[in-house]
Design a binder for this molecule. Structure first.
Ligand SMILES: NC(=O)c1ccc[n+]([C@@H]2O[C@H](COP(=O)([O-])OP(=O)(O)OC[C@H]3O[C@@H](n4cnc5c(N)ncnc54)[C@H](OP(=O)(O)O)[C@@H]3O)[C@@H](O)[C@H]2O)c1
Length: 421
């Protein structure tokens, strides 16, 4: 109640009080501490009384996340500040083609529709998208599998502003807002829209200071779109793994999007790389530069008496418990997927306890990584693996293939072929 009143008061800026997640944070923390505290001691009746209290705080937190932002936003507003008019370059017609996610479910929920074309705000750029990526995480979002995903996108179906999925893009700047100085119309770019989504469309707007960079000159738009998430996520994780020259690194899922970049980038950082994949992908993983390849259908790497400084599970097919014996003394187990809440708690816990570390992370801010990757790409040190390419109208087919869990590298969707631009 104290926090609710605090957020209603004028002491907290309105832009913060409108954000239910921040309002919910104290409840989440209080709930976690109450439950954790109860089990930290002998489970006396007194300590156990804290469990219902903790659960109540957690329920309040979830309620605030789901409803709080709506309720708090409806508080009486201060007089509106007058915004200077936005001068954006003319973007032509008012409509565009986009893939709209009409609900959570099978690939058929993705439908090609004509929608309103976005207009950039003062600090935004309008990108004409040439290619996007049908990624495993977007397929997961479409299926509505993750609770956190639903909390962000919408509980029963994606909210209106998230109906156009897609986080990776490569295209051309078509127009810039009046405050944008470092991009020009015509610049070839590649980028990551993150939780704004919107790249399954002919156009999208992005903040000019967001995860956007000039596209590697040596890459086609398809290759650039296939590089955005795989390369930047890999960099994020290898940095957390504190990779060093000479480290022994094992990559599970070495033939997937993240895995194929993980092999190349770990080699770039001077590691000795072992890739784990099925027999049909052994040659591919070798061609990416892996020193050793283990076919998981024939051999179990946890039984081979080898130890690794880093085990990077890019596809969430192992567990820390299974891999622990294969980690070196101060080894790090990195994982990209799984239950977000428990993974974060475990990461925090294991940062304090034990020598072998469990590390989960989410890579969101990719601007610096994209600029770094551009240099590597132009120097010929990395190259994306593109399994299949589909036109925008066949997005459902692209997702159907991604759902098999067997894609190699990326599945790319061409939005506007370069010849038509
Ligand atoms: N944390 C983050 O910031 C972040 C960012 C992006 C993505 N992600 C998550 O990362 C995960 C991986 O994404 P991705 O696009 O790289 O996956 P992906 O390309 O869809 O992975 C497919 C590959 O996994 C391989 N595979 C399947 N089972 C395997 C097993 N038991 N052992 C080894 N390899 C196996 C398949 O090879 P075979 O056919 O040879 O088995 C296939 O080549 C997704 O869950 C995604 O949501 C997380």
């Amino acid at each position: 109640m104290f926090y609710y009143l605090l957020f209603r008061s004028k002491l907290v800026p309105r832009w913060i009080s409108g954000w239910g997640l921040i309002a919910a944070a104290p409840y989440l923390a209080a709930g976690f501490l109450a439950i954790y505290g109860a089990f930290d001691h002998m489970p006396t009746p007194n300590a156990l009384l804290r469990v219902p209290l903790g659960i109540q705080e957690m329920v309040l937190a979830i309620w605030l996340i789901v409803k709080g932002s709506i309720r708090l936003r409806s508080l009486p507003s201060p007089p509106p500040r007058i915004q200077p008019p936005v001068e954006a370059t003319d973007t032509g017609g008012n409509h565009m083609k986009a893939i709209v996610c009409t609900g959570y479910g099978p690939p058929e929920v993705l439908q090609l529709q004509e929608v309103e074309k976005p207009t950039p705000k003062a600090n935004e750029v309008l990108v004409r998208i040439h290619a996007t990526n049908a990624a495993a995480s977007e397929a997961m979002g479409r299926r509505g599998e993750s609770v956190v995903g639903r909390l962000i996108l919408g509980i029963r179906k994606p909210r209106k502003r998230y109906r156009i999925l897609g986080m990776e893009l490569a295209g051309e700047i078509e127009a810039t807002g009046s405050a944008v100085t470092h991009f020009q119309p015509g610049d070839p770019v590649y980028g990551f829209t993150g939780f704004r989504m919107g790249s399954y469309a002919e156009y999208t707007c992005m903040p000019a200071t967001g995860s956007l960079a000039l596209k590697p000159a040596s890459f086609s738009y398809e290759e650039a779109a296939a590089t955005v998430d795989g390369a930047s996520t890999t960099l994020h994780f290898l940095k957390k793994g504190r990779i060093q020259p000479g480290h022994k690194v094992l990559i599970i899922g070495a033939s997937g999007c993240i895995g194929s970049f993980a092999v190349q980038l770990a080699k770039h950082f001077g590691a000795e790389v072992t890739g784990v994949c099925s027999g049909r992908n052994v040659d591919l993983v070798k061609s990416l530069g892996a020193d050793h390849v283990i076919d998981y259908t024939q051999q179990d790497f946890t039984q081979n008496d080898e130890t690794y400084d880093i085990i990077f599970d890019t596809v969430g097919k192992s567990t820390f418990a299974r891999c622990k014996g294969s980690l070196a003394h101060n080894g790090r187990y990195l994982v990209t997927t799984g239950n977000m809440m428990t993974n974060y708690i475990r990461t925090l816990w294991m940062a304090i306890v034990g020598r072998k570390k469990f590390i989960f992370a989410v890579s969101i801010d990719k601007r610096k990584a994209l600029e770094f990757v551009k240099g590597l790409a132009e120097a010929g040190q990395i190259k994306p693996v593109i399994d299949r390419t589909y036109p925008l109208g066949q997005m459902a087919d692209a997702h159907r293939y991604v759902d098999t869990g067997r894609k190699r590298g990326s599945v790319i969707v061409t939005v506007t072929p370069e010849s038509e631009s």
